[in-house]
Write a protein that binds this ligand. Sequence first.
Ligand code: IPM
Ligand code: MN
Length: 348
Amino acid sequence: DQQINLAVVAGDGIGTEVVEQGLKVLDAVLAPSGTKVGTTEFDLGARRWHATGDTLTDEDLGRIKQHDAILLGAIGDPTVPSGVLERGLLLKLRFTLDHYVNLRPSKLFPGVRSPLAEPGEVDFVVVREGTEGPYTGNGGALRVGTPAEIATEVSVNTAFGVERVVRDAFARAAKRERKHLTLVHKHNVLVHAGHLWRRTVEAVNAEFPDVTTDYLHVDAATIFLTTNPSRFDVIVTDNLFGDILTDQAAAITGGIGLAASANINPDRTAPSMFEPVHGSAPDIAGTGKADPTATILSVGLLLDHLGRAEESAAVQAAVSADLVERATTSSVRTTAQIGADIAARVAG
Ligand code: IPM
Ligand code: MN
């Protein structure tokens, strides 16, 4: 593997700034092995939509598919109606490229302040389903704008879709020290989908007898994320619950400036996509205030996915060291400085 071909979707707002730092660190960590990073930039997001009306064409998709992986900055802009870029670009990428595992690790790094007084050790991963649930766009609206309006958003859960993500979550749990999997749902109310998820976890557990499991309703899960986050090892949940829980998980582990994510196609029928959990933050775009750490950690997940475990660990370690240093110094660094400092650590 002397060349990694990356599709780069910097996107909107701070996306460009953070992606630049992620690429800086990627180049630095791969340099000793002689592996080169080839990048193809894709002009997608608010600018392109305003200019052409396109969000993501078949031609874009065809070209993106020719890459080993995708690095994405952030999508979304206040000048574009809500939902246009989210549905037409970000979710279209996740759905079309079959990113059914949305992996979101949550780790409280040494030196990082949690808003919790006594967080304890926090180190878990959320396996969020990425292609189904209420995100499929099923449903509709009747008599819009009248007092008789009815709006429905249908959550789609297929046996095929639930089973493959549950199996992936078990496999991840089996490789971890605590080997524990928590299913989060709401089967006391969402009985149809809830029971499908519960039966699936029970059935797949037979393939992973070392993994212990438990179940939490999503409302209770938010309590435990606040009162006892150490109890979690691997969480598996649907697309919407996973969206909400991973913002809370980010908040208790130092904020979304540090939260990385991977949209994985485990069958490798299309490139996987790596992106920070945060959005485009238009309020600070261009000011150099954005924290590129989440993107850099996402680059770590990218390396791991491409079989570069050693380089992935090196990125994690460099970030960890940088975070310790942040705790002991008061100097404020720009986006580019943080990127350069972490790149220097992985290089040397
Ligand atoms: C995320 C975001 C997206 C989601 C939005 C922007 C569509 O919140 O990546 O968590 O809901 O998945
Ligand atoms: Mn979200």
